[in-house]
Design a protein around this ligand. Sequence first.
Ligand SMILES: Nc1ncnc2c1ncn2[C@@H]1O[C@H](COP(=O)(O)OP(=O)(O)OP(=O)(O)O)[C@@H](O)[C@H]1O
Length: 356
Amino acid sequence: MSIHIHNVSKKYGSFQALEDISVDIQSGELVALLGPSGSGKTSLLRVIAGLESSDVGEILFDGQSMTERHPKERNVGFVFQHYALFRHMTVFDNVAYGLKVRPRKTRPSKQDIKTKVMELLQLVKLENFANRYPTQLSGGQRQRVALARALAVEPKVLLLDEPFGALDAKVRKELRRWLRKLHDEFHITSIFVTHDQEEALDVADRIVVMNNGKIEQIGSPDEVYTNPKSPFVYDFLGNVNLFKGRLANGKLMHGEFALDVPDSHTHTDDNAIGYVRPHDIHIEKTNMPGTVPAKISHIHLLGPIVQIELRREDLDEFLEAELTKEQFFQLQLTIGDQVYIKPKQLKVFIPEDYSI
Ligand SMILES: Nc1ncnc2c1ncn2[C@@H]1O[C@H](COP(=O)(O)OP(=O)(O)OP(=O)(O)O)[C@@H](O)[C@H]1O
């Protein structure tokens, strides 16, 4: 089922929660709505589900307008952050619920419901927990029940609102891998809301980055990470060092750096900011052309990655670099070492959102 979101706007009183949102989602895609708290992700999800109406714009499923359709008629499965399971029902009954409450005409037989529920419980690896109650499950297990319950009614669209938000980091990671696998098996068009960039980058086919009720960028995880269209996206999708300076003759002048910025010749003498990811900071132990001196002030080993905090000597500013463990041991770095750095890659924005 494809989903087309056309020019959707929504206000709560005078507050503009969504402003002219348009996204086309292909059938079978897994799309993340990513943004900070209050950016409008949940509001958009609720408009798609029909739980809220938009003031302007339209939602189409497979080309058909959903505007007049009640949420129940939209064939949407919902999973929320707080496992909205029925506490007084067993795991089995929770998953069976959506099928049992169907009108007699479309309700499967008792035996068919049993087969289906047990299949789903197997899928979420909870077949031995059918008779337990939600309070007897861990958070991750409850969320798997919530997913099985949403899938039981064979929705055409699956909407997930921070489905793993309340879980610890390890379980989150496990469940998101598992959501990806499930999605690849079922091919249900799915949209999930998250404010966790790592989660979005890890799981989604495409990411819709939202800010203040508007879309900042839509793209594959790789596109939004390596080619952010705005300073906001750069900042939101990972750590970044800011090189504030001025443009002159096709270069960004920043401290002792004169960094090539092709295509910037028309912006001579404009203020500009270079954005450099920590893993794009190159570190040398010898002074090479184009580098500036810096001192290592902190080393933080994080599994396969080593974060290094440096104090630049030309500007007396701190910056963060990231090396693989291998690079780190090759360079034999210790705190207090004098090194020479330069950015391997940078993206320059001129304030007022102009990128070059
Ligand atoms: N029913 C409502 N009445 C008034 N304002 C609302 C209502 N629902 C949401 N808002 C406001 O709209 C904005 C967007 O809310 P929304 O829940 O869509 O954001 P979000 O990106 O999902 O945030 P979070 O990650 O914190 O859940 C927020 O500023 C919120 O306070």
